[in-house]
Design a protein around this ligand. Structure first.
Ligand code: CMP
Length: 865
């Protein structure tokens, strides 16, 4: 062992002083005189070291006894007393009276409402009283009142189609039920402590199309009363279905995949929904009785039925209020601001009623008509006649809308949760959020609530007011439950232009946010195109068509982008890209000359039929190239392939035809299990005469191909040479070879025998005279990676004895081998006796290591370019 103070044996067995591997006799260097000099310098104060003055902190260079700045005596570092940990006291530097994090009354930064991202997450466990309680309660009250107004507005939207007014009280109740359940339940389950769930604009608009369609299917055939159970059942069914889908996605852990859907697709549909919201609101306000069978008809009606004189009073305040909200909320994203606006508008309406007299301004006071007093008890009452009164067939005929609602709920909630995570400052588990939202919908549905999703604006506003824990949402939910109980008394006090204005704001907000604000620096031109195609399809052909086209486009865009990088990672030739087998120089020359017979393709990613077609084209182009040697061995490596589409199987049939047409040896390496199964099922592999050959990895496949190329050039078996003959052309001082042979010990390794194993102590290196050995890297999980196959003339085990590190790899004889061993002790002894021989060995090894590096660099370049 080369070891600082160990003694080692020389060639004759005599003890010699220990030496470094490079012949440096460590004992011969006497450093004691230098050490003495430094010590005496320090004592006299003449050292050249810089000394920091303990008085003024001035750095005195060149030594000296006193500080030239303050005159204080300089103390050398070694003269300074050692400072223990207890002596370090920085209490005098602390702020006066500043509470410390370990104090019981340390304020919760997240509760202050000032921190940007510092909320206390609930990931560490459920904490009901998270955040500052009074602030949470305050935020809950603000959010609760707003949620009440939103629930009312969205119920108006849902019932805005002509003839649907009689259902309004029930739908208001259903809306408030969902708001209450969403506030309490979702807040308790979500990991985003300020997120609010409940009825929201996109789902309400889709619901409006759904129930409108059911109504039109039944109108004229059934009396209004008889329609009620069917309409309510349809709404409940929608909530339950959305809940089940969301819950299932979360349970299966599939929610994260939703994040891969291009946002523009959702943007186009939601932008279209925004237009429906606006039209629906105008329909409600102007009682236009729009024809909702298609958008053309609805817009045409809207234009034809618009009477500026009448509409100014019936719609003007609502439109103005909506626009004011839109502009104001763009500046102040805060529920408090919105609440102030809503309450102020209600007060103005109320005042106009009191003092407006006959003036037109008194129209501001008009409230929602024909409400009756049947909002409470819950709409379940309406189902009393029994399930038999429900026309399931009508719901089934319009069932596609439930699918559309579910898709919208899944897509919009993903985008909103992602944005809320941004405000929250930490990632949340989308699966958990989906499960929470799913359960919320199921429970709300069972209580007779409309479908719920996450409201981004209200959640962000909730946080801005101070919500940091579930209490805010619970308070908001309970407030809405109370609002439901007193709805008969509260709603007649609310001027209708307020909820109508909220709807106009919500519609415009959807259009602005989803059509124009989803663009980022990454947005490509085809993304924008998809957005507008989906938007126009939604408008012209309807919501369901929009969703269908959007989903289709998303699928195509994702697939084409994913496969765009190309399924082909590298195209390589056997000239440069070789197996890890050490070849004799003559063999290397042959491979350089004939390596083009071997054509290598490394594939990557998921292979679609389209990728296979592209691959076939690339192969055919190479096969048809006339100015290169013809391809005889086509090697396709699947190591980086993540999966294959079913249709890719057709590609392999075409590949097989190509093999026959060009008479190739087709070799598949690192094939995924399903590919091997497919190929053996097709009869393409397994037999000697099968068209494809499968190898464990590219290295082994290349070794086989190279052997075939060498064989065809009669270069595979080389004349057996002795070690001196092998070393003669490459050893730096051939005249020392006989001396070298004298200190080597001949050993034989049988086939399969490990000369040493990875991690063993390193004590010798080996010169190979005959046979081949695999240098194997043992990876985690018991896998082996062949780094190299070394043969006659090679040296191995040199790294360990030079670095004194354990063996970096296992070396195993692939066949019977004759080796010459040099132990580390012997090397050290030779170094003493004949340093020139060791110098020659060192140079030989440096050459070999450099060549290994050149080889590795070439491979890296091939794979990176
Ligand atoms: N990439 C490689 N190519 C060729 N030989 C190697 C490679 N990596 C390790 N070895 C040899 O494998 C030996 C394992 O033991 P050592 O680390 O002592 O010395 C190592 C080298 O001689």
């Amino acid at each position: 062992m080369v070891d600082g103070d160990a003694q080692s044996q020389d060639v004759d067995g005599a003890a010699v002083p220990a030496a470094g591997p490079h012949g440096m006799d460590l004992d011969a260097i006497d450093v004691t005189d230098i050490a003495d000099e430094v010590a005496s310098d320090a004592a006299s104060g003449d050292s050249q070291e810089d000394i920091i003055c303990t008085g003024c902190g001035y750095a005195v260079s060149g030594g000296g006894r006193a500080c030239p700045k303050c005159g204080r005596a300089l103390k050398r570092p070694e003269a300074l007393p050692e400072v223990s940990e207890e002596d370090i006291d920085v209490s005098d530097l602390a702020e006066e009276g500043a509470p410390q994090v370990w104090d019981a009354d340390y304020p919760d930064a997240s509760a202050s409402g000032l921190s940007g991202v510092d909320d206390t997450g609930r990931s560490g466990g459920f904490r009901l009283l998270e955040g500052n309680l009074p602030l949470n309660v305050f935020a809950g009250l603000v959010s609760g009142i707003l949620a009440f107004f939103f629930a009312l507005a969205l119920a108006l939207l849902t019932c805005s189609q002509p003839g649907m007014q009689p259902f309004l009280p029930h739908v208001i109740a259903m809306s408030l039920v969902a708001t209450a359940v969403g506030g309490v339940l979702f807040s308790l389950m979500s990991r985003i402590p300020f997120a609010l769930a409940g009825p929201e604009t996109v789902l309400a608009a889709a619901l409006f199309l759904f129930v409108g369609s059911i109504y039109r299917s039944m109108a004229g055939l059934y009396p209004t009363d008889a329609m009620l159970p069917t309409i309510l059942a349809a709404i409940v069914l929608a909530s339950l279905s959305i809940g089940a889908l969301l819950w299932l996605l979360g349970k299966l852990g599939a929610a994260e995949y939703v994040r891969f859907i291009p946002i523009q697709i959702i943007g186009g549909v939601v932008g279209g929904v925004g237009v429906f919201v606006l039209l629906g609101t105008f329909d409600w306000m102007g009682q236009f009785s729009l024809d909702w069978n298609n958008l053309f008809a609805a817009v045409r009606d809207c234009v034809q039925l618009f009477r500026p004189d009448q509409c100014l009073y019936s719609m003007g305040p609502s439109v103005a209020f909506g626009v004011i909200l839109l502009i104001g909320l763009a500046r102040f994203k805060n529920s408090l601001f919105m609440l102030a606006m809503v309450l102020a508008a209600s007060a103005v309406g109320y005042a106009a009623g009191l003092w407006g007299g006959d003036l037109p301004i008194s129209t501001l006071a008009i409230t929602i008509p024909n409400l009756g007093d049947n909002i409470f008890p819950l709409p379940v009452e309406a189902l009393r006649p029994g399930f038999g009164a429900i026309e399931w067939g009508v719901i089934k005929d319009n069932g596609l809308y439930i699918g559309g609602l579910a898709v919208l709920a899944v897509l919009t909630s993903m985008y909103r949760i992602t944005n809320l995570e941004l405000i929250h400052g930490r990632e949340s588990d989308l699966n958990q959020e989906y499960r929470s939202l799913g359960l919320t919908n199921i429970v709300a549905g069972l209580c007779g609530g409309v479908p719920s999703s996450i409201s981004y604006g209200r959640s962000a506003g909730n946080r801005a007011v101070g919500a940091r824990g579930p209490v805010a949402g619970i308070v908001a939910g309970l407030l809405c439950a109370a609002g439901l109980y007193y709805a008969d008394r509260i709603i007649p006090m609310i001027p209708r232009f307020v909820p109508e204005g909220i709807l106009i704001y919500a519609g415009l907000d959807l259009i602005r946010d989803w059509l124009f604000r989803t663009r980022t620096a990454f947005t490509r031109r085809d993304d924008v195109l998809m957005l507008w195609v989906t938007f126009l399809t939604t408008l012209l052909l309807g919501l369901l068509a929009g969703i269908g086209v959007g989903v289709g486009l998303a699928l195509m865009a994702t697939v084409s982008r994913y496969s765009k990088g190309g399924a082909i990672r590298n195209v390589l030739s056997g000239v440069n890209h070789r197996s890890n087998v050490d070849r004799a120089p003559a063999q290397q020359r042959t491979l350089k000359e004939y390596g083009d017979h071997i054509h290598i393709l490394r594939l990557q990613g998921f292979l679609f039929l389209g990728s296979m077609e592209r691959l076939l084209k690339v192969i055919r182009d190479r096969l048809d190239t006339r100015d290169m040697l013809p391809v005889e061995y086509l090697v396709i490596d699947f190591k980086l392939v993540t999966g294959l589409a079913s249709a890719a199987g057709i590609g392999f049939k075409k590949l097989r035809n190509l093999v026959e047409e060009y008479d190739l040896e087709m070799i598949i390496t690192s094939a995924p299990l399903e590919l091997e199964e497919h190929l053996s099922g097709m009869g393409y592999v397994g037999e000697d005469d099968s068209p494809f050959k499968v190898f464990f990895n590219l290295d082994f496949a290349l070794e086989w191909c190279e052997n075939r190329v060498l064989d065809s050039e009669n270069m595979l078996t080389m004349k057996l040479l002795t070690l001196p003959e092998l070393l003669a052309p490459v050893f730096p001082e051939p005249r020392y070879i006989p001396a070298l042979m004298k200190v080597l010990k001949r050993v034989v390794a049988d086939k399969g025998e490990a000369v040493f194993r990875q991690g063993d102590k390193s004590d010798s290196m080996y010169f190979v005279e005959s046979g081949r050995l695999d240098v194997e890297l043992e990876l985690e999980g018991g896998k082996l990676l062949r780094l190299k196959k070394v043969g006659p003339g090679a040296v191995f085990g040199e790294m360990g004895i030079y670095t004194l590190a354990p063996r970096s790899a296992t070396v195993r004889a692939a066949e019977k081998c004759v080796l010459y061993m040099m132990t580390i002790d012997k090397l050290n002894a030779v170094e003493k006796r004949a340093p020139v021989l060791v110098t020659a060995i060192n140079r030989f090894l440096i050459n070999m290591l450099s060549e290994r590096l050149v080889d590795a660099n070439k491979k890296v370049r091939d794979l990176m370019v």
